[in-house]
Design a protein around this ligand. Structure first.
Ligand code: HEC
Length: 106
């Protein structure tokens, strides 16, 4: 009986652990799961931490860049295909991709 309880407890915690991972991705995980397929290889998308690719988008101001990332822009799909990402996760992934310090970006 005691062993069974332990197994249940382990099962319970592993479920919590897994759901936390699914619902709260780090900016790096969001980038590597969703954005990299366009922003991490040769395509028309501004590339990962390539400063000159980001000059034009950044000239609109960060607010607009975040808005485009969330709502979509031309070949960039809404939320970069991460339908379950929150606005904040997209914003953080954008900062990670551009390579700026998130805390200094607002
Ligand atoms: C299907 C390919 C694709 C995916 C996936 C994708 N993007 Fe994009 N993204 C693009 C393209 C193409 C552009 C350039 C759009 C243009 O300027 O016409 C772009 C542009 C952007 C821009 C610049 C917006 C601006 O104002 O110019 C940001 C920020 C961005 N993407 C963030 C993200 C993030 C964050 C993710 C992952 C959550 C992501 N993208 C996933 C293709 C993609």
């Amino acid at each position: 009986m005691y062993l069974r309880q332990k197994i249940y407890t382990a099962f319970f915690f592993s479920i919590i652990f897994c759901s936390v991972k699914v619902f709260a991705l780090t900016p790096e995980e969001v980038y590597k799961t969703y954005c990299v397929m366009c922003h991490g290889m040769t395509s028309t998308a501004p590339q990962f931490r390539v400063a000159e690719d980001w000059e034009k988008p950044l000239s609109q101001g960060m607010g607009k860049v975040y808005e485009n990332a969330i709502k979509g822009l031309a070949a960039h799909p809404p939320r970069g295909l991460c339908a379950l990402c929150s606005d904040q996760e997209i914003i953080d992934a954008t900062d990670y991709m551009i390579g700026i310090d998130t805390s200094a970006s607002e």
